[in-house]
Every structure is written in structure tokens, then in C-alpha cells.
Design a protein around this ligand. Structure first.
Ligand code: MV4
Length: 454
């Protein structure tokens, strides 16, 4: 096992990794920017090195500075957390060429999955359903038109180098196709340095189901069942839960087994998430795979009883998975609310500033993963998430009741948070009855002047 790990991240996930390491008797080295100097979680690591100014591009994203800290700190491995360098294949390659283990997949598996068109090919090879669409990349409007007429409008143009909702454009009809393609190519070229695009049928009102997997370096791959992340706004998840409510058990199993086939096909190791969309008839389609630990991993931890961060570290150190597929059971229901410092009444604008007083909920089945405290200053330089409130209860009704109670105990004085909106969502009949899709929040709260079907 590693003796010493560097954490190339900040905030709640840095603290989450420090905690796992401490319990495993692994020393930690953490890097921080000038904006994070003085944060209490830095004291919980064994060593901390400042790697630059507040802007992420000058600190958390600077590979040379992170590697320097790793060399000075004499670590054997780097945990990238999520965001920042977590899915940067060049970084993974640099780590390993410096004889530092990157706690994540190989850089080749990462490159393959980072290319969304190649990932679609991989899914087809693994007999995993993909959304009907182009067989590969689209080179011109004529080709897009013939594919669109085959599958029917509306269609979605996606950037191969995109993902997470970046670089997508809907075309409602043939006339809209050519400008949509040109815009998508121009945007993808500018944003990712790769203008490649492909085309899919646009699935209206889908649910977003994702499967947690973990694979070791001995050929063992398991899934840890699914999470429902339908409750999003502009591709930012707001509430996540496991298991997915109102999902047929036969579909659930088919989705999870598809995810495992894809992971095997990609020769993938470490923790990852396979994303699917599920249409109103229960058809499911692979959309992309995330080659990292995700923000919402705790809901899977709560229902399976498996510590995903510790398991990631163990498999990165070459240990075999300590469990088999038939030992992974889902117990009860877990729900997570991401607590963001945002003003939901003003288009979710960031609400940075000093937390004058933080009162943390607790009690049976309540977990709060956060690096913040009374007096902590929320910086405008980073993501607005200040913590994750997670509950675990025997049933979904009890989990919702517990989350309502916990959200109402939570006090974050001095700034706006998403908690009041999350309370409203939990109280909404459509949420309780599972009559939701990925546009539910926008439809219900953002544009009250538009007619809705709720
Ligand atoms: C789609 C789709 C509908 N049809 N693909 C958005 C994130 C990226 N992972 C893929 N996404 C979507 N792909 C087809 N063919 C709708 C979305 C989508 C979405 C998916 C999951 C969760 C939230 C979403 C919000 C808007 C659109």
C-alpha cells in the first residue's frame, strides 16, 4: 500500500480523500492556491504546499507545479479528485512517467472515453445500446441530412471532444441542420481544438441514470448499481439518489450489466461512471462515460456500504477488489442535495462571501461532506458547491422526510444557498411520484410564465 499520497484538488473532495487516507494510515500532501490559504482542511493533511495564485489555471491546473509538489512531498501516488486534472490524460501520463501512480484509469482508456464518438463505437462493440444516429463522425450537412431523415427530427449534434452537455445543439428540422452543424463545429473547434461532430436522435424528456463501476488491475469489474441524477439545471446536478426510483428491476439490471460490458471493452481500471438516458418507455441508451470519481459518489457508498475512495486507492496500489459482484447489495435509499452558494431567485448567480454562521444538521442517517465552517470564506474563483447533504433511510419516503428535516436544520448565514429550492423540489408531487425528466427544474421554476404540463 502507498505510504504517502498527494491530493491534487481542493475543498470537500480534498477533505474526503484526506479522511479516507487517515483511516488507511496513509500520509497526505495537499496542494492549495493563495485563495485557499488558511482553510482548516489543509491542517488535516500531513503537509500542504501552495502552488500559485487563485485562478485555477495558475494553480490547480498547472501540471508542472502539482508534479513539483509531489516530488518535494515524496509521494507514491496522486489522487486527482473530480474536476481540475481528473480527466486530463496528459497529466495521468506525466504522473506515471515520473513513477508516481495516478489514482484513476490508464491514459489510453481516458483518451478513448474522452472521445465521445470513439466511446460510442466501443459501446456498440460491447453490445451496449447507443442512441440511434450517425455511424461515426459527420463530415458535412448532406450526410447529416440523410442520417436525420433516417432517424427523424429533432436531432442532436454533439461534439466528439465535448461531454457533460458541452458542445450540443438541437436541430428541429432540415432547415435548421446546416447552421446548427456549422455552429457546433465552430464552437467545438474553439473550445476543444477538435471540430469533430456526430449526430443522435434527440430523446425528449429523458431521465438520467448512471452506473457506478469499479475495476481492478486483475481483470475484475463490478458495478455498484445506479444513481438517478435527473434533477439537474443546465447540466448541474442538484439532487441525486440511489437506487433510481420507479425503475423496473429488469431494466435496472440490464443497464448495470451493460455498463460492466462497456468497462471491460475499454480495458478500464479504477472507479468510473457510465451515463445513460432512459426514455419514457424505459428504453435506455449509453451517452458517455466519466473516467473519475464523481461528486455524487456518497449515495452509492451509503446504499452499498462500500467506501469508494478507499477502494480506488486499493485498486490503484494493485490490490484486487475486496468484493465480488454477488456481494454488492443495495440497502435502503440514499439521497444527496448539493448545497451550492447560489442565489436561485436570481438565475442561480454565485453567492460568494463569508459564512457568518454554519449550523450542520445531524442525527440518524445524516451525513454532511463539507470543508466549510462558521467564518469560512467562499471564494468566487471556484465551483459554488460548499457541501453535500446526504441521507440514508430504509425507504424513499423516509429518505425524503429525513432530507426535509436535515435541510431545515441546515443554516448557512451570510450567503444564499440552493437549500430552499431543494426543499421545494422534495415537496413537489412530480418529484415524489417520479414524473420528472432532465428539464423539470427549468420548466417548473425558471420560466413560470411558460405553460407547463405539471
Ligand atoms: C442527449 C439528450 C437527449 N438525446 N442525447 C446532456 C449531458 C450529456 N452527457 C448528454 N446529454 C444529453 N444527451 C440525446 N440523444 C439529452 C441530454 C441532456 C441531459 C442528459 C442527462 C442529464 C441531463 C440532461 C439535460 C439536458 C440534456
Amino acid at each position: 500500500m502507498f505510504k504517502r499520497i498527494l491530493i491534487a484538488n481542493r475543498g470537500e473532495i480534498a477533505l474526503r480523500i484526506i479522511r479516507a487516507c487517515r483511516e488507511m494510515n496513509i500520509e497526505t500532501v495537499v496542494v492549495y492556491s493563495e485563495a485557499d490559504r488558511g482553510a482548516a482542511y489543509l491542517d488535516m493533511a500531513d503537509e500542504a504546499y501552495c502552488i500559485g495564485p487563485p485562478a485555477s489555471g495558475d494553480s490547480y491546473l498547472k501540471i508542472d507545479r502539482v508534479i513539483s509538489a509531489a516530488e518535494v512531498g515524496n509521494v507514491q501516488a496522486i489522487h486527482p479528485g473530480y474536476g481540475f486534472l481528473a480527466e486530463n490524460s496528459h497529466f495521468a501520463e506525466v504522473c506515471r512517467s515520473c513513477q508516481i501512480e495516478f489514482i484513476g484509469p490508464s491514459h489510453t482508456a481516458m483518451d478513448l472515453l474522452g472521445n465521445k464518438n470513439a466511446a460510442r463505437d466501443l459501446a456498440r462493440a460491447a453490445e451496449v445500446p447507443v442512441v440511434p444516429g450517425s455511424g461515426g463522425l459527420i463530415s458535412d450537412a448532406a450526410e447529416a441530412e440523410s442520417v436525420s431523415h433516417e432517424i427523424g427530427f429533432p436531432v442532436l449534434i454533439k461534439a466528439s471532444a465535448g461531454g457533460g452537455g458541452r458542445g450540443m445543439r438541437v436541430a428541429e428540422n432540415a432547415a435548421a441542420l446546416k447552421p446548427a452543424i456549422e455552429q457546433a463545429q465552430a464552437e467545438a473547434g474553439a473550445a476543444f481544438g477538435d471540430p469533430s461532430i456526430y449526430l443522435e436522435k434527440y430523446i425528449d424528456r429523458p431521465r438520467h441514470i448512471e452506473v457506478q463501476i469499479i475495476a481492478d488491475s486483475h481483470g475484475n469489474v463490478v458495478h455498484l448499481w445506479e444513481r438517478d441524477c435527473t434533477m439537474q439545471r443546465r447540466h448541474q446536478k442538484i439532487i441525486e439518489e440511489s437506487p433510481a426510483p420507479f425503475l423496473d428491476d429488469s431494466i435496472r439490471l440490464a443497464i448495470c450489466e451493460s455498463a460492466v460490458r462497456l468497462v471491460r471493452q475499454a480495458d478500464y481500471t479504477n472507479a468510473g461512471t457510465v451515463e445513460f438516458i432512459v426514455d419514457s418507455q424505459g428504453n435506455f441508451f449509453f451517452i458517455e462515460m466519466n473516467a473519475r470519481i464523481q461528486v455524487e459518489h456518497p449515495v452509492t457508498e451509503m446504499v452499498t456500504g462500500i467506501d469508494l475512495i478507499k477502494t480506488q486507492i486499493r485498486v490503484a496500489a494493485g490490490e484486487p477488489l475486496p468484493f465480488t459482484q454477488d456481494e454488492i447489495h443495495v440497502n435502503g435509499v440514499s439521497i444527496e442535495c448539493r448545497i451550492n452558494a447560489e442565489d436561485t431567485r436570481h438565475n442561480f448567480r454565485p453567492s460568494p462571501g463569508k459564512i457568518e454562521q454554519l449550523i450542520v444538521p445531524g442525527g440518524f442517517g445524516v451525513r454532511f461532506d463539507s470543508h466549510t465552517y462558521s467564518g469560512y470564506g467562499v471564494s468566487r474563483y471556484y465551483d459554488s458547491m460548499i457541501g453535500k447533504l446526504i441521507v440514508h433511510q430504509p425507504t424513499r419516503d423516509e429518505a425524503i422526510a429525513c432530507m426535509r428535516r436535515a435541510l431545515s436544520e441546515l443554516r448557512v448565514d451570510g450567503l444564499h444557498t440552493t437549500a430552499p429550492l431543494q426543499l421545494e423540489i422534495l415537496d413537489h408531487t412530480a418529484f415524489r411520484e417520479g414524473r420528472v425528466d432532465t428539464r423539470f427544474i427549468e420548466r417548473t421554476w425558471m420560466a413560470p410564465s411558460l405553460p407547463t404540463n405539471e
